[in-house]
Design a protein around this ligand. Structure first.
Ligand code: ADP
Length: 322
C-alpha cells in the first residue's frame, strides 16, 4: 500500500511562494491502477517526484509498504527506491547496451546471478512484446519500443509499485495509448500497483480502478472509478462518463440509467419497452475497468414509466433523474 499523508510542497520563485501541493492525503491500495488527473499546473508532476522520492515534501509523509520514505537514511532510501518502478518519459536507456542488456542492468546492480538474470530478462521481453528485439540497440527502436524496454527494466527489480508520468510523454497519442494498455496488462497479470499521471480520461475510464483529480495543488476528488461515475455530484465522474445531454425532451422526467454487466445491458431497453413508451435521448456502451457499462438517457412520458423504471433499479442498474 502507498500512502500520502498531509503532503505540502511549495516553491519559491522571484520572491513569490507557489504552493504546488497543499495538504494532500491519499491511499493507493495494493493492486490498484491509480490514475492522477488534473490540468496543467495542478501539482501532478510534483506529486510524481515526491512519490518516486526524487524530491522531498516540505511536510507530510509518503509511506510505501510500511516504509516512511523521507525518514529513511540516504542509503536506506537508495535501496528502497529500487523497489519503486519508475517509467521515465525520456526513456533513460543506456545507448551502448542492447534492449536485453538495458533490462538486465538493475539486476546486475542488485547482484543477481547470471543464469537468473537471463531467465528474468527473457520473461520480461516476452511480457512487453519485444522478444525479437532483444539484441537491438536503443537507436534501432521506435519511441514506443524504447518505452517498452523502459517498462521491462522498471519491472526487473520486482517493484510493488510502478509509476509513470504520461502527461509529460514525448510519445504520440496512439503510442501513449499502447503504453497505457501495456501498463494495464502489467497491473492485471503481475498484480503490481500502477500509478499513472495522464490527460487521457478515456484511458482512465477503461483501465483505472481509482482516480484522483487535482486542481491548484489540492486533491479535489478521489475514489474508485465506478463510484465516481455513478455519483451525480462527482465532476471527475462526469468527465469520465458523460451524463445528461441537452437533447430536447417532451416527457415528464428525464432519466439516466447506468447498467453494469452485459447481461443487464443487453435486453434492458426491450424489456422496459414492454412497460413504458420511453424515448432514448442518448446512449452508449463503455468499457469501464474491464467491464461493459451501458448508459442511456431516457425521456419518460408519464408516471407509469417512472414507476416501471424505479422498479427495475438494483445494484447493477442505477437510475437517476435530471
Ligand atoms: P502539473 O504536473 O500538474 O502540470 P506541477 O507539479 O508541474 O503541475 O506544478 C505545480 C505548480 O508548481 C505550478 O504552478 C508550477 O508552475 C509550480 N512549479 C513546479 N515546479 C516548480 C519549480 N521547480 N520551481 C518553481 N515552481 C514550480
Amino acid at each position: 500500500m502507498l500512502e500520502v499523508l498531509s503532503v505540502t510542497k511549495t516553491y519559491r520563485q522571484r520572491g513569490r511562494t507557489i504552493t504546488a501541493l497543499d495538504d494532500v492525503s491519499l491511499t493507493i491500495p495494493d493492486g490498484a491502477l491509480y490514475g492522477i488527473a488534473g490540468r496543467s499546473g495542478a501539482g501532478k508532476s510534483t506529486l510524481f517526484r515526491i512519490l518516486t522520492a526524487l524530491q522531498r515534501p516540505d511536510s507530510g509523509k509518503v509511506v510505501i509498504d510500511g516504509d516512511d520514505l523521507f525518514s529513511l537514511s540516504r542509503r536506506a532510501l537508495r535501496e528502497r527506491r529500487r523497489k519503486i518502478g519508475i517509467v521515465f518519459q525520456q526513456f533513460n536507456l543506456l545507448h551502448g547496451r542492447t534492449a536485453a542488456q538495458n533490462i538486465e542492468f538493475p539486476l546486475e546492480l542488485a547482484g543477481v546471478p547470471a543464469e537468473q538474470r537471463r531467465q528474468r530478462v527473457g520473461d520480461l521481453l516476452d511480457l512487453v512484446g519485444l522478444a525479437d528485439r532483444a539484441d537491438n540497440y536503443p537507436s534501432q527502436l521506435s519511441g514506443g519500443q524504447k518505452q517498452r524496454v523502459g517498462i521491462a527494466r522498471a519491472l526487473a527489480s520486482e517493484p510493488s509499485v510502478l509509476l509513470s508520468d504520461e502527461a509529460t510523454s514525448a510519445l504520440d497519442g496512439e503510442t501513449t495509448k499502447q503504453i497505457l494498455d501495456l501498463l494495464s496488462q502489467v497491473n492485471r497479470e503481475l498484480g503490481v500497483s500502477v500509478v499513472i499521471i495522464t490527460h487521457e480520461l478515456d484511458i482512465l475510464r477503461r483501465h483505472a480502478s481509482h482516480v484522483a483529480a487535482f486542481d491548484g495543488g489540492r486533491l479535489v476528488e478521489d475514489g474508485p472509478v465506478l463510484s465516481l461515475i455513478t455519483d451525480p455530484a462527482s465532476r471527475i465522474g462526469h468527465d469520465l462518463l458523460p451524463r445528461f445531454t441537452s437533447a430536447p425532451s417532451h416527457g415528464i422526467r428525464r432519466a439516466l440509467v447506468t447498467l453494469r454487466g452485459e447481461e443487464h445491458a443487453a435486453g434492458f431497453l426491450a424489456d422496459y419497452g414492454k412497460d413504458a413508451d420511453y424515448r432514448v435521448l442518448s446512449g452508449a456502451v463503455y468499457d469501464v475497468v474491464g467491464e461493459h457499462l451501458a448508459r442511456y438517457e431516457l425521456d419518460l412520458p408519464d408516471e407509469a414509466a417512472v414507476a416501471a423504471l424505479d422498479s427495475r433499479s438494483s445494484d447493477a442498474i442505477t437510475v437517476e433523474y435530471a
